[in-house]
Design a protein around this ligand. Structure first.
Ligand SMILES: Nc1ncnc2c1ncn2[C@@H]1O[C@H](COP(=O)(O)OP(=O)(O)OP(=O)(O)O)[C@@H](O)[C@H]1O
Ligand SMILES: [Mg+2]
Length: 349
């Protein structure tokens, strides 16, 4: 049986994979889109990114052109898809959504591109997972709004050039480094989304609790915010779980106690660490004497996938200052030993 915290992270992963594997529960799906900000004012934080995007959009509108292709990168749940919707709304354009793995063959891409309306937005999620063939087919479409399709095979093969409507491509990725540099360089602008501040997460939670019609006391708000991994999706997810507990076991109002109890029930500690985060830290400290240790070794020692360690656990553990990356691998910091109630080794004192 899965541990509760495993289930929690599985849920986070499901949410993170929203629309990608069709694995998300419909109720969460509906709630997620209810909570998704529909205008810039409600898109909290990321001020620099918002400012720069607005300038790009306004300048293009003044020139009566479509904005350049835009690339958004950042950890899961930080707001890339939401931003893509807001951009298309600001441009006043239709948005067509697909993802890297969904575009298996160049014909899939051709079908989408030729059906776009002039000036619309094509959003490609997980763009780092495009196949080489599709990627190469995308280059002329991005640069000159044309497709070179190869018809037939062998000596009889010929290239057919097809015009496609002008469009703005918005690519989103959690793994900028996995994208080829020719693809990266074809975007007019690239924006990285950062983790949110506690203050911003609190603002998001306040708005979400209003939309979910649930009363939440200030101390409870700050407890949930501290456990939200600086990530809006996790904040909303936790709020929904805490709301369920308050509804079933309490008075329907989220109090400090009910927030603490429900987070304890799903095995999340006061800094937002799950059992799995703790396991990574413990392995690093107990099996590898605090490191340095390589990703592959840590993954096999903890029976976790390398990608999950890289995308879910490490960014947060690093953000909390519990692990650090060195050229020889990751190491546990003094804080990590203290967090587990252990005496740090003398080299860290
Ligand atoms: N800046 C924000 N302000 C308020 N809420 C936000 C913000 N960014 C994200 N959210 C909330 O978090 C949820 C997840 O955001 P979103 O789906 O845009 O993340 P993502 O970066 O596309 O994640 P993934 O990499 O998994 O696709 C949204 O449904 C929305 O409710
Ligand atoms: Mg997304």
């Amino acid at each position: 049986m899965l541990e509760k915290s495993n289930l929690f992270l599985k849920n986070i992963n499901n949410l993170n994979n929203q629309g990608k594997k069709g694995s998300q529960a419909p109720v969460d799906d509906i709630l997620d889109s209810t909570l998704r900000p529909k205008d810039w004012e409600n898109y909290v934080g990321q001020d620099k990114v918002k400012q720069n995007l607005k300038v790009i959009i306004e300048a293009a509108q003044q020139r009566k052109e479509s904005p350049e292709h835009l690339l958004l990168y950042g950890n899961p749940g930080l707001g890339k898809t939401t931003l893509a919707y807001l951009i298309s709304q600001e441009i006043g354009a239709d948005i067509r959504i697909t993802s890297g793995p969904a575009l298996e063959r160049s014909g899939d891409l051709a079908a989408i591109l030729t059906n776009l309306t002039e000036g619309s937005v094509l959003f490609v999620d997980e763009i780092h997972r495009l196949s080489r063939v599709v990627e190469e087919c995308l280059y002329p479409a991005m640069e000159e709004f044309k497709l070179n399709l190869i018809l037939g095979k062998g000596p009889m093969a010929r290239i057919m050039e097809l015009k496609v409507p002008r469009f703005t491509l918005i690519g989103a990725t959690t793994k900028l480094a996995s994208m080829s540099s020719p693809l990266r360089s074809r975007f007019g602008a690239t924006f990285g989304l950062n983790f949110y501040t506690l203050e911003d997460i609190q603002k998001i939670l306040t708005r979400s609790s209003r939309l979910l019609n649930v009363e939440i006391e200030d101390p409870a708000l700050s407890i949930i915010a501290k456990t939200a991994r600086f990530t809006p999706r996790v904040a909303n997810h936790l709020l929904r779980r805490v709301r369920d507990f308050a509804q079933v076991r309490g008075q329907g109002i989220i109090t400090k106690d009910s927030a603490q109890n429900s987070l304890q029930s799903v095995e999340i500690d006061e800094s937002g660490l799950t059992n799995n985060d703790q396991r990574i830290l413990e392995a690093l400290i107990h099996k590898f004497a605090g490191g340095p240790v390589g990703l592959k070794t840590l993954a096999s020692a903890t029976a976790e996938e390398e990608d999950t360690i890289l995308d879910i656990y490490e960014p947060y553990l690093m953000r909390l200052g519990l692990i650090a990356l060195t050229p020889r691998g990751r190491v546990a910091t003094k804080l990590a030993f203290e967090h587990l109630g252990l005496k740090p080794p003398s080299r860290l004192l």
